[in-house]
Design a binder for this molecule. Sequence first.
Ligand code: UT7
Length: 320
Amino acid sequence: MRYSRIAGTGGYLPERVLTNADLARMVDTTDEWIVDRTGVRKRHIAAEGETTCDLAEHASRRALEAAGVGPGDIDLVVVGTATPDMIFPSTACLLQERLDIHDGPAFDLQAVCTGFLYALDIADKFIRTGSADRALVVGAETFSRIVDWTDRSTCVLFGDGAGAVVIEAAEVPGIVSTHLHADGRYQSLLNVPSGVSRRCDGAGSGYIQMAGSEVFRAAVKALDRIVDETLAANRLAKTDIDWLVPHQANTRIIAATAKKLDLPMSRVVLTVEDHANTSAASVPLALDCAVRDGRIRRGELLLLEAFGGGFTWGSALVRY
Ligand code: UT7
């Protein structure tokens, strides 16, 4: 059998930091409210002119270096993003050019906050079926560009960043299983309602709109179910999981998933405090942080999960 494994990880956050105190000067909010309700203390914001592809390039170079491979070794590029540089070409094609990778397929994947898990699932299948040997899988976002900075209910939640992994063919499973879902009936609860075909149909419609508490409840329920699904599919007990690497939308959502897994918070990778919600970048960024600081070690079993607009949600069980 042929499988894929993670060979290296990388992450990148833009230099500029926006704290809760900064936000309290922009909208009617407080550090206390933001920390209590979300866990976020600060977020990174891309500089003017700095794009999703710029962030993706930094994260990708770090992942390539960690994997000990060069651009010529990559035969597939998949970028999970809801904030591409251009309508087309895809950010993956722009990234390919930057990194001097040629000829292999490159495409973007849009599943909002679940984008990295969708991208990982697809790249794993390319490798398992022999269509690729080594893939660069990226989650990269500049959500600061679709945030309404006058809307306190959303602007405190998001940040910019990128995370990347290099995955390669292996004889034993590194990506053990992936589980993806979507349900478009919930599209109205979390969206940016303008687009190419629909165009902008009113003031503010180019910005994130979210029914926060409904999304919160749906996220907790969906992530609870995906934990059961992932464990059952692999005939595992909760105690088999070494680390939870969750999407970083809200500490309270993450704590509910950890409780479901009977995992202490010391076994959960938390970056929401410093990164806020970076959408598709949040899971690979959290993974990279915990790999680089030595918490996650080779051979450990990781549960990656995410939930986002669509709704989309998913998980990956990874033997690192
Ligand atoms: O990554 C994609 C998935 N996204 C998520 O998972 C996000 C899910 N939702 C959430 O994380 C939470 O629902 C939020 C953090 C967005 C909001 O927390 P909440 O506990 O659900 O608060 P709420 O929306 O019910 O609002 C409570 C109150 C309201 O005031 P009233 O109506 O009770 O007087 C809001 O107007 O808090 C008010 N509020 C704020 N107050 C101070 C909303 N935003 C703010 C703010 N500062 N920034």
